[in-house]
Structure formats: C-alpha cells, structure tokens
Write a protein that binds this ligand. Structure first.
Ligand SMILES: Cc1cc2nc3c(=O)[nH]c(=O)nc-3n(C[C@H](O)[C@H](O)[C@H](O)COP(=O)(O)OP(=O)(O)OC[C@H]3O[C@@H](n4cnc5c(N)ncnc54)[C@H](O)[C@@H]3O)c2cc1C
Length: 450
C-alpha cells in the first residue's frame, strides 16, 4: 500500500480527515503553516488564561459527532444553557432581538408584533428580504439590519438565503406575546444550549486529535506551491512532498493561487470570493466578574464592537483562580491590509464595557492581546453562489479535494467541519481504492481492510 495522502492544514477538518484515514490503516502527512494544531479554533494561552477565537461553542447535536468527541476521543463536554444578551440604549437585554421586544416603546412593540402576524408571500430573493418577511420592517430596521450589516460587513440585500435555514429561528405566537412584556424564559432556537470541553478551551478538540496523529503532522510547513501534474506540494522552506490524493483545507482562493500552472480565469474568479475578518482584543483581568453572561451583542452601528464574550463564564478552567477574562470582536471586510486599530480605540471599548457594568475596574486589567482572525466568515453574496461550483469543480479535476470551512468556502460550524473531514477521508479512500465504493460509508467503510 504505497499510495500517499497529503492533508493541507491541521485545523479541525484536516485533523479529522487524517484521524479517520489512520483508522483505516493509512498513514498520512499533514502540512501545517503554524507551530500548533487547531487553525481557526484558538487564539492563545497566556498567564493561565485560555482564549478561543471569538465565541466558540458546540451547537451541533448530531449524536455521531458527539459520540466521536466524547467516547472515541475521550473529551468530556459540559452542556450549558446559553446566557446571551444585547445592548440597547445603554442597557443590557436578553438575546435574541426577535423574542425580547419589551426593551422598546409600546407602540414599536405592537408594530413588530402585528408585522410578524402578517402573512408574506413569495420566496425572498436575498437575505434582507428574508429577514423582512420573517420579522417585519420595524424590528429589522431597529436591530436586525444594523447588526447583520455590522457582522457581515455588507448590506443584507447583497446576501443570499441558502445558509439561513435553521440558523435564524422565528418565535412562536405565545413566545412573542410573552416577549412584549418581559423576558421570555426557556429554550429558543438551535443555539439555546451548547456543549464545551470541560478543560483546555475549544482548541483541546484539535490538540486531542493531534496527539493521536503525532509525527504525521509537520508544523511550520507553509505550502507555497501545488503541482497537480507531478502530484507534488512544495513548502516555503523548499521541502517537497508527493501524493496520490491531496485534501486541502486551505482557504479556497489560496489553494487556487498555489496551483501551478495557474489558470488566470479561475484564479481571478476565486480571488473575488468575499469574506470577513475579525480583529479581537483578549483581556485578562484580576478580581470577580460582575455578571454571569456568556456573551453580549452590540447591534447598533454607532458602537464599533460586534460582540464581547466572557470565557470564564463559559468554562471556569479558562481563567486562573480569582481572575476573569473577556474578548471583544470587531468585524471587518477581508483582506485586512493594516490590522492596527486607531489609537485609543480599545481604551474606548473598555470604557464602554465598564460603563455598562460588563467589567470591573480598568486598573485590574492584567494584559491585553490583539489578534487578527482572517478569514473569519465566508460572505454568502450572489457572486459566491454563481462562481463557487465552477471553482470547486476545477480543483477536483486536479485530484485535489477541497474540504472544510474555508476549503469548501462555506459556513461550517465545528460539527460540520468534523463531518466534512470524515467524508473527505472516505472520498480519498474510494478514489484510491474504487472497490470500496460499494461499502456503506457510515457503517462498513472503516472496518474494511485494503
Ligand atoms: C470567529 C469564529 C467563531 C466561530 N464560532 C463557532 C462556534 O461557536 N461554533 C462552531 O461550531 N463553529 C464556530 N466556528 C467555526 C469553526 O471554527 C470552524 O468550523 C472550524 O474551525 C474550521 O476548521 P477547518 O479545519 O475547516 O479550517 P481552519 O481551522 O481554518 O484550518 C485550516 C488550516 O490551514 C492552515 N493553513 C493556512 N494556510 C496554509 C498554508 N499555506 N500552508 C499550510 N497550512 C496552512 C491554517 O493555519 C489552519 O490551521 C467559528 C469560526 C470563527 C472564525
């Protein structure tokens, strides 16, 4: 069995793919640019504090994925009910906007209530229309459009609707009646509760997988050229690796750019795929946190912050005893040419958080760390819908399997990334050993032998 499989990127998808290939008895080589596993999951660990990249919790309920994490990898997960809030006119209210309208003047509440009762016909042609049809113009103009524009860095009318299905839930009539007068208690939407690793932050998912793969991962290996004709990959330090099948979790436009000979037309198409980046500030603070919130949204366009979360309230093991932490996220359109924010910008954010009583005294701040998450979210604009299939098809013709959140250029949550890594492993196996095609991919394939 001399066939070689290369995996580009040691994020959750690449590691899952490599793990499943190993289970089938096939060694792989994983090339990772950075010096640690996890890709988009984590930012870093300093002075006993652990910081994820933005809010990072497991919403997925697929029992197979949960069993993979808990039973197979042995990662204990805690289940927690979401404590999410939003800021409106200097006060903090329970999230989501569409449920807790009681923060608004009575007339506006009633307008929202009756607009949501009015039936709307026809299918929406963009995300802005989808929101309007589901929530009405008053709620949209008040919170949903500004937050969408701030988070996605684009007008909602320029986005498609193919990604929204279960992500944007609509409250029932009785929930809306309750929400007119006060906080609606109980579960709401697909993210009402989440799971999170007991220890080690969200990066522990990748670290556990990486321990199983050990020397098969080559760190500080930045892929700089892919040559499908000779089936070889070259890294920035000159090392070369050959392969029969290559799975790429690298951002799709980058994979296209690295493929030689370059196809100018596809390269130009891929370079126009849009994404957001996030500049975050992670803050370690001494003392007691003044609340138990997990995270807070800032829908108003007059506030630069998009979201702030409080890692120690998600898991106490992410902060040292007697301390707490927070992380501010600001969304920008990628690529971010100059990641520095204006002087005094973060100071202003911390002053605002202090005023809202979301943090204690500023003098207790132990350290701050700025970090750029790039890319962070794929923008589902109409351009993407039109050109993505052709770009993916072109790559696959070159025996490169694009996989993962940025490899496939989509809105994968972690459980999707795990499933996508597993399916890519099966795809690689059946390309190399077509006789396996008849096996049931979810049941038989990992117990068969080549
Ligand atoms: C801010 C933010 C918040 C999120 N919150 C949630 C959440 O709450 N719940 C949830 O389920 N999901 C969340 N996600 C999504 C989740 O992080 C992803 O689904 C998952 O991490 C994607 O893994 P991946 O391996 O596909 O991609 P990545 O993690 O991006 O992995 C790609 C890897 O390729 C490496 N690489 C890049 N270029 C090169 C190169 N030239 N050579 C070699 N290696 C290279 C990178 O270093 C990286 O390790 C969030 C994502 C972000 C950005």
């Amino acid at each position: 069995m001399n066939k070689k499989i290369l995996v580009l990127g040691a994020g959750l998808t690449g590691l899952t793919a490599a793990y499943y290939l190993n289970r089938f008895g096939i060694p792989v080589t994983v090339l990772e640019r950075s010096d640690c596993p996890g890709g988009t999951l984590g930012i870093g660990k300093w002075e006993g504090f652990t910081f994820d990249a933005g809010i990072h919790v497991l919403h997925g309920r697929d029992p197979k994925v949960l069993s993979f994490l808990e039973d197979e990898l042995g990662i204990p997960l805690d289940e927690t009910y979401r404590r999410a809030f939003f800021v409106h006119e200097g006060k903090v209210f329970p999230y989501p906007f569409q449920l807790n309208t009681y923060c608004l003047p009575l007339l506006e509440r009633l307008q929202i209530f009756f607009q949501m009762l009015t039936p709307r016909w026809g299918s929406p042609s963009n995300y802005g229309e989808f929101l309007n049809q589901n929530f009405g113009s008053v709620l949209c103009n008040r919170f949903i459009y500004p937050y969408a524009e701030k988070f996605w860095t684009i007008n909602p009318g320029e986005l498609t609707t193919e990604w929204v299905a279960s992500r944007i839930p609509r409250p029932s009539l009785s929930e809306r009646v309750q929400g007119l007068f006060g906080e609606v208690k109980g579960d709401f939407g697909p993210n009402a509760f989440f799971r999170y690793p007991q220890r080690g932050g969200i990066s522990s998912l990748a670290e556990t997988l990486a321990r199983r793969l050990q020397k098969q991962i080559i760190y500080s290996a930045e892929v700089s050229r892919i040559e499908p004709e000779s089936h070889s990959v070259t890294c920035a330090d000159g090392r070369t690796y050959d392969y029969n099948i290559c799975l790429s979790t690298l951002p799709l436009p980058l994979t296209v750019r690295l493929l030689h000979p370059i196809d100018a037309e596809i390269n130009q198409k891929a370079s126009r795929l849009q994404y957001t980046s996030i500049i975050s500030l992670s803050v370690g603070i001494g003392g007691e946190i003044p609340h138990d919130y997990h995270w807070v949204y800032f829908p108003s366009l007059s506030e630069p912050m998009a979201r702030v979360h409080f890692p120690g309230n998600i898991s106490p093991y992410t902060v040292p005893a007697g301390c707490y932490s927070l992380q501010i996220e600001v969304a920008l359109r990628g690529p971010v040419i100059s990641p520095e924010v204006a002087p005094g910008f973060w100071e202003g954010c911390l002053d605002r958080l202090r005023k809202l009583e979301l943090m204690g005294e500023k003098k207790n701040v132990l350290f701050v760390k700025e970090h750029l998450i790039e890319p962070a979210y794929v923008i589902y604009d109409h351009y993407r819908m039109l050109h993505l299939p052709k770009i993916l098809e072109w790559i696959m013709e070159k025996s490169i399997i694009p996989v993962g959140r940025f490899g496939e250029w989509n809105y994968h949550w972690m459980h999707d990334s795990i499933l996508s890594g597993k399916m890519a492993a099966i795809g690689a196996l059946t390309r190399l050993w077509p006789e396996l095609k008849d096996l049931n991919p979810t049941r038989d394939i990992f117990s068969a032998k080549v």
